[in-house]
Structures are given as structure tokens and as C-alpha cells.
Design a protein around this ligand. Sequence first.
Ligand code: SF4
Ligand code: SF4
Length: 320
Amino acid sequence: MEGTILHLQKMSTEDGPGIRTTVFFKGCGLHCAWCHNPESISFKPEIQWFASRCLNCLTCIAHCPENYLSMTDQGLQINRSSCTGCFQCAAACPANAIEPLGKRISVPELMAELRKDLAYYQASGGGVTLSGGEPSLQVNFCEALLQNLKQEGIATALDTCGICSSAALQRLLPHVNLVMFDLKIMDHELHKKFTGVGNTQILENLKMLAGYLKTQAPAPELWIRTPLIPGATANEENLAAIGSFLQQNLPGRVSRWELCAFNNLCRDQYKRLYIPWDYAEQNLMSHEEVEHWGEVARNSGISPEIVVTSGATRVEVLAC
Ligand code: SF4
Ligand code: SF4
């Protein structure tokens, strides 16, 4: 059995407790306007081109069996909708100017890689996190991977955007120690506007999760994550509505509600993929803004101590 992953991030300290390896899966059912992993949206393996490394030798064009590449004044043009992801162009490039995005991998191959950092997981209380993209959309592969990890005593976390069938999620839950569930926007129409999909399935999955947690002892830990996006998620009405939903449906079940500050470090990634990005000119938030939204969340009816803020903030340069 094989899955399509984007990459592994080793020594991660942001995707659950302790030191972790995060497996980023390829493919997502949401198209969030602010997505900071645009390379994870498509299920297909893709390529990205680095203009600064390119020698303009045109070797890649000669090696594409399908003629999906051309060089113009604007740089290497890739017929992305037709590209098969065979990576022959990347292999032929003498300057590493073309990099593969995504690879097929088997469970035993991936386990061999994940086992290498076992000592770090054990010493730090860490483990392996499945993230993406949306891992549960490759449910057969994820289930087999999680079962293997659990059998070897490696702690597991699932980072999900919730846009998957309840049946898929139910298959994965017995094998995870921590669920990190994204809850972005409570208003259905606004959710659709900013992510391309309404939030009905996401809220249903959270309610299913609430029922599941009640029946488990010990139950997996649950973290809720909300990105703070100016003009989209970061407003009083939305954060109050999320807090109210959590209090009503998951009282005492959420151990952490993390507000993740808007991140613009993916700007160049959008350029490499030739995808226009609405947030290209958007600055990072100031520390004060992020703390303000933290206070709004703390006053939304949930236990205030579960709210944490994270992410890079803007450094203000003060005039002397
Ligand atoms: S990945 Fe394969 S199909 Fe796609 S552009 Fe490169 S050589 Fe052509
Ligand atoms: S083979 Fe590499 S260096 Fe040569 S034109 Fe293609 S991308 Fe540029």
C-alpha cells in the first residue's frame, strides 16, 4: 500500500508535544484563501521551478516525454494540468532548479524513516504527526501507518481540517493520542467564501468526535486550531461563535485552543507555483493584535486557560 506525501519535517516542535516528525500528506478538500502550504492542495505529484538556480540550458524541455515544458521570457512554463509528475525533468536538470513536490511511499519505507528519530520522541514526549493537506483523505494508508506506529509504541497525532467523511475519521481515531482539529469559520457562507466549501461536514465531524471522546478511557487529547486571518477569521463575532460552539458541544474536552497568527512566509512558494495569492501584500500581525484576539477567545465562554496564541508576529521598528 502506498500513500502520496509531500515531505517529512523532522525535529518539529509545532505539531504537538515534544519533538516530532510531521508527515505532510498531499491533497486537501479545502482551498483556504490564506493557505500557507499551497503545494499540498493538489493530490497529484507536481514540480516547482527555482528561477535563481536555472542555467537556461533547456535540458529539462528535452527530457519531458510529453512536451509539457517551455521556456519564455517569464521563465519555465509548466503545463500543470497535464503534467504527470514523472519527475524526468527534475532528474535531468544539472542545477537542481526543478524540485519534485510529492512522492509515493509505502508504509514500511515510511516507518523506516520515522523510526530513525525514536530516541528523540522518547526523550521529549514527542512522536509522529500526520498533517497536510488532509491525511484522512488517504485513509487506508493512514490507518495502516498509525497502526504500525502504535504497535511500536510511538505516540501519534492527527492534524485534520475536518473535511473528510466521519467514517474515515472514525477509522483513524482509535490509533491516535492527540487530535488537532482546525475550526476556522463558524458562518457557513463565509466558510464557503474563504475555503471553497461550507462547514457542515466539519461541524458534524466535531460533534461525532465529541461523542467518541465520551466513550473512551483514556480518550485522545483534543486541540482546536484557528488561524488568525485578517478580514476572514480574526474578528470578534467569529471567535465568540467558535468559543460558544466548543463550550456547547465539547465542554471540558478541549485541552488547548490555539490561535495561529497569519503567516506570509509562503509568498515565494505561490510565485514558484504561478498561483496568484490574495494575501501576498498582507503583513504579519503585531504581537498586540494577536494578544487582542487571544483575549477575545478567552472571553468567549470556554475555560480561558486553554487558549494559546502562536506564530510569528511583526517586529515594529521604533524611531529613536
Ligand atoms: S514531471 Fe514529467 S510530465 Fe511533468 S513536466 Fe516534468 S518531465 Fe514533463
Ligand atoms: S534543466 Fe534545469 S537549469 Fe536547465 S533550463 Fe531546465 S530548469 Fe533550467
